[in-house]
Design a protein around this ligand. Sequence first.
Ligand code: PMP
Length: 363
Amino acid sequence: TLNRAYNFNAGPSALPLPVLQLAQEELVNFKNTGMSVMELSHRSKEFEDVLTHAKETLTELLNIPDTHEILFLQGGASLQFSMIPMNFLAPDQVGAYVLTGSWSEKALKEAKKLGKTAVVASTKEENYRSIPALDDVKLPKEEIGYLHITSNNTIFGTQWADYPSIEGVDLIADMSSDILCRQIDVSKFSLIYAGAQKNLGPSGVTVVILKKELLKRIPEGLPTMLNYETHVKSNSLYNTPPTFGIYMLSLVLDWIKEQGGVKAIEAQNHKKAKLLYTSMERSNGFYTPHATEESRSIMNVTFTLPTDELTTAFLQQAKEKGFVGLAGHRSIGGCRASIYNAVPLEACEALAVFMDEFAQANV
Ligand code: PMP
């Protein structure tokens, strides 16, 4: 047997098995080139086809309009925290940030070093259990550079149900932990970014979907690699891109298409999340979800048990049964099951059964 674990890691995380198998098959001789994708020139026709295919498939899956450009960058989502204010926050503008967790805090921290910022809504006071109501996002009077949100909060397990939409304000979203988990209207966003290592592929690639109009706002004098225009002009081939990562990403996108596209994936994700949230509800308070019901994530399911001893026992027994990655993030503790697109329904079914049994045995 393949001995694949029930992988609930938060990222890097599970990849679809058929994708790994196809990559394995193609590894030493990619499409009769006599070499692996890793050994091809990034300027070769073969690699260009991979990149074009990845862009076309992503465009199709997310219905990305012509107004937007797709980039494959490096530096993780974390470098976007800096590139966004460098490129789109002019000295007379304010970068507006909604704080919904540690990653939004980190995005804000970088922007503060580069320009004026404002926190326009935050749920920090309640330990990031929820997402602010759309009406609570109130912009200051000054000119706004952009409004930044984190669409899914990987650590706290919350997710925006509806996105804020404010006339004349560019919306920027960190979708690292939920891109392609559900259908979205890309035209509402001026910039979407996501580190690949959750729903898109291996770590090392960052996808940026950028409204071309924004390019006009880039100031003179930025370092070449940190200027979005560089990457738009060169089709993400200004320097050597992470070629193997882009190839893997293209296979993951093909896999999503084979599953029936984002709509089908979204339905499957709701089913998976429901299994776990329902098990918690059945437990009569043994498991407490961290997130409020309206703000629950369908990607990261966070919960606590009645005591630290029970949490330790839960994680230990889970490990023995082959469930990997269930410990909560070190900053908040408790438990977290990350159930990204590639985590199969069966893994969630098995975890729900284990959760039921553990609760019954320990009440
Ligand atoms: N944003 C979110 C929402 C994340 O979950 C993460 C990583 N877990 C990051 C940003 C940072 O991503 P990277 O490690 O690619 O810089």
